[in-house]
Design a protein around this ligand. Structure first.
Ligand SMILES: [Zn+2]
Ligand SMILES: [Zn+2]
Length: 446
């Protein structure tokens, strides 16, 4: 590609910014009339080789320091147009660093980078008008005078703000976004919105209240505040609202209006709040403990209807001998039971469960430890009858024996290698053999 004027690229110049300057200096007004779309896209996503080859001259690799990570995209390259007005006025070119999404201010001039026209409010685009400091859309002179002023934030802080802002967005939740290029319009507004959520008690309360309203009063806290937990787990820096979580939750819980009745949540969220896998979650749907209203198998985005569970469980309040499941984790592990097993057993009339809303499902669901032992024994028996095999890890948990002790018994002929498993069968055990072993041990102890 030949141009009459071919300016020297600056070492810290943005690749797309160089194209803007090139087109402008050659007297053209519109980028897209002169350059094809793939080339513009290559420049926007910092593909230096591709652009250098097309222009027939080596351009500098965009170089800026990134000190934050983000789950929302894999490449820290902002594709939307953004400029520092002072850089334009003083140097006449756009620096590469404006494409670092974790930067809100020019590193040299310490003024806010502009991505939105303060007059027409539209997102700036990579066009020649930018190089004169004019809006690419309405053509008027840009100014930083009445932009929302952001405090100077570190890059990890900006990353936190962007994630917080994404949590508030309608539509796709951040936990379903596939990492890709950072295409964010009005990034300054987003950072500001996320910053407000993370620093303002009032804004945080509004959010918590909105989340709570989606669920019935009986839903445990981990279910209602899944989004808050998701965000807090991924924050890279400390924010004021993290201290407020509990008090805010209590206040909102009391002040909320008539609770909702039909929570439909993504399967991934459903599995997390029940602390089971997606596969296990799908074993609950045939019994209608939770509903899958669609016709597809359960996958991460399947919407799961919790109303059957949250309508039935709260009807039964705990009896004296009943204890929250969260206090009986050791028993559950010993019998290889999870919450799904218990809920199905309850459905089949094998165990009595009660419910008192608490922080999570495990601390809200109650049962009699004696019933749990009985159920555990019964389940093990059935699995023995089906000639089920388990892994070494599970065998250790079931018997309470160490790896050495188990293999020692195998050597002595007590725990034969399962027949039908060729590879890796040395680390597999028949449940029936393990149950026999437990019986013997119990008798010895007695
Ligand atoms: Zn600057
Ligand atoms: Zn404008």
């Amino acid at each position: 590609m030949n141009f009459a004027v071919s300016p020297t690229p600056m070492s810290d110049e943005s690749l797309i910014g160089y194209l803007v300057r090139l087109i402008h200096l050659n007297g053209y007004r519109y980028m897209r009339r002169i350059l094809n779309k793939p080339l513009i896209n290559a420049a926007v996503s910092n593909k230096t080789e591709e652009v250098s080859n097309a222009l027939g001259r080596q351009l500098p690799y965009p170089n800026y320091e990134v000190t934050a990570i983000n789950t929302l995209w894999s490449l820290p390259t902002l594709t939307q147009a953004r400029i520092c007005l002072k850089c334009i006025d003083e140097h006449g070119y756009i620096k590469a660093e404006v494409q670092n999404p974790f930067l809100t201010h020019c590193s040299q001039h310490a003024i806010e980078l502009l991505d939105t026209c303060p007059t027409c409010n539209r997102q700036l685009r990579w066009e020649t008008k930018l190089i004169k400091g004019h809006c690419s859309e309405c053509g008027l002179r840009l100014s930083t005078a009445n932009t929302p002023s952001l405090p100077a934030l570190s890059q990890p802080e900006v990353a936190d703000c962007l994630l917080a802002s994404a949590m508030l967005e309608p539509g796709e939740k951040p936990y379903f976004i596939e990492p890709k290029l950072c295409t964010l319009e009005h990034i300054a507004t987003r950072v500001k919105r996320g910053y407000n959520l993370l620093t303002s008690e009032r804004q945080f309360k509004v959010w918590v209240l909105k989340l709570l309203r989606q669920f019935p009063a009986s839903a445990p806290q981990t279910m209602c505040l899944y989004d808050v937990e998701y965000l807090f787990e991924r924050l890279q820096t400390q924010w004021p609202v993290q201290q407020l979580r509990e008090t805010c939750y209590q206040a909102c819980y009391v002040s909320r209006a008539e609770p909702a009745d039909c929570p439909v949540i993504p399967a991934r969220q459903a599995a997390t709040v029940l602390n089971i896998s997606l596969e296990t979650l799908s074993t609950l749907t045939p019994s209608q403990i939770v509903r899958n209203p669609g016709i597809c198998r359960v996958h991460a985005r399947t919407k799961i209807d919790f109303s059957p569970l949250l309508e039935v469980l709260p009807l039964y309040s705990p009896q004296e001998q009943m204890v929250p499941i969260s206090n009986q984790i050791k028993l559950l592990q010993r019998y290889d039971l999870d919450l799904a097993n218990l809920l199905i057993a309850r459905c089949d009339g094998k165990i009595a469960l009660a419910y008192r809303r608490n922080a999570c499902f495990y601390s809200s669901i109650y049962c009699d430890p004696k019933d749990l032992v009985r159920l555990g024994e019964e389940e093990l028996k059935q699995r023995s009858n089906r000639a089920e095999v388990v892994t070494l890890e599970m065998a250790m948990r079931l018997t309470g024996l160490s790896q050495e002790e188990l293999y020692c018994r195998r050597k002595n002929g007590f725990l034969p290698v399962p027949k039908y498993f060729q590879s890796g069968s040395n680390s597999l055990f028949y449940i029936s053999d393990l149950v026999k072993l437990i019986r013997i041990n119990n008798k010895l102890e007695a």
